[in-house]
Design a protein around this ligand. Structure first.
Ligand SMILES: [Zn+2]
Length: 254
């Protein structure tokens, strides 16, 4: 059994044919789907899908750093209310993204910190989105460190040194389609990291693995990431499934 620890299958690209999307994933052994929220506009879709597939789809709640804009206080209030009113499995996805736009850097920082505090209050893991903001993100996590604070650096694609910094904080690395990209350099890094620190994800409908690169991603494609990881680690697909699923369970408690 595999777990897709980060998948937006509630978005219209996939939700319009959700029965087939889930069936294809199940046929490839993908049995659990953790759903990261984006902002107030996606909340209903996340909970609707979780309700439709209560034994397979698990909701998270959070405000994505790319959705932090002039309305962030109101957005955050909506997210907090949804997180407190529903059964959720993580606060996510949250973090910092300075790739597209730096104008809300300070607001992103405040929003990230506030959501870490919410995770602590609710004893939930956090799922982190971090793009072109590694040092900023790490500084915030270090300042917020707490024995109960745990989670995943989603879509990890950094250096070996960064991987070790994340692992030292007790966090897991979310490994997705980038692992299969020839020039990304991620395979060389992941090869050096113990499986005990890795979980798998697709980030559907984004970041399709080879051989579907450029096309919409879906959770059934997780198998291509797992196969690449098995090759890198010289182990069987069953071993990859067992270890990454156990890691996911450690994070999400299910
Ligand atoms: Zn995502």
């Amino acid at each position: 059994m595999f777990v897709d620890t980060h998948t937006h299958i509630y978005l219209p690209e996939l939700s319009l044919e959700i029965d087939q999307v889930i069936a294809r994933a199940n046929a490839n052994g993908v049995r659990q789907f953790f759903l990261p929220n984006i902002d107030s506009s996606s909340i209903d879709a996340v909970f609707k899908l979780a309700k439709q597939f209560p034994d397979q789809c698990y909701p998270m709640m959070g405000l994505h750093p790319c959705s932090v804009n002039e309305n962030y206080e109101q957005e955050l209030a909506t997210i907090f209310a949804a997180a407190r009113a529903n059964k959720i499995y993580a606060i996510g996805e949250i973090g910092m993204d300075l790739y597209w736009d730096k104008s809300f850097e300070q607001a992103q920082r405040e929003v990230f910190i506030a959501q870490i505090e919410l995770a602590k209050e609710l004893s939930l893991p956090i799922v982190i989105h971090c793009r072109k903001a590694f040092d900023e993100t790490l500084a915030i996590l270090k300042a917020a460190q707490d024995p109960n604070l745990r989670g995943i650096f989603h879509c990890f694609s950094g250096s070996l040194q960064q991987a070790h910094q994340i692992i030292d904080l007790g966090f897991y690395l979310g490994i997705g389609g980038v692992l299969t990209y020839k020039n990304a350099g991620l395979a060389e890094v992941v090869k050096e990291i113990d499986l005990a620190h890795l979980v798998l994800e697709t980030d559907s409908p984004y970041l399709s693995p080879v051989p579907f690169r450029g096309k919409p991603n879906e959770s059934s494609y997780l198998i291509h990431i797992a196969e690449k990881l098995a090759t890198l680690k010289s182990c069987t697909l069953a071993e990859i499934a067992e270890q990454t699923t156990a890691n996911s369970k450690r994070v999400f408690g299910i």
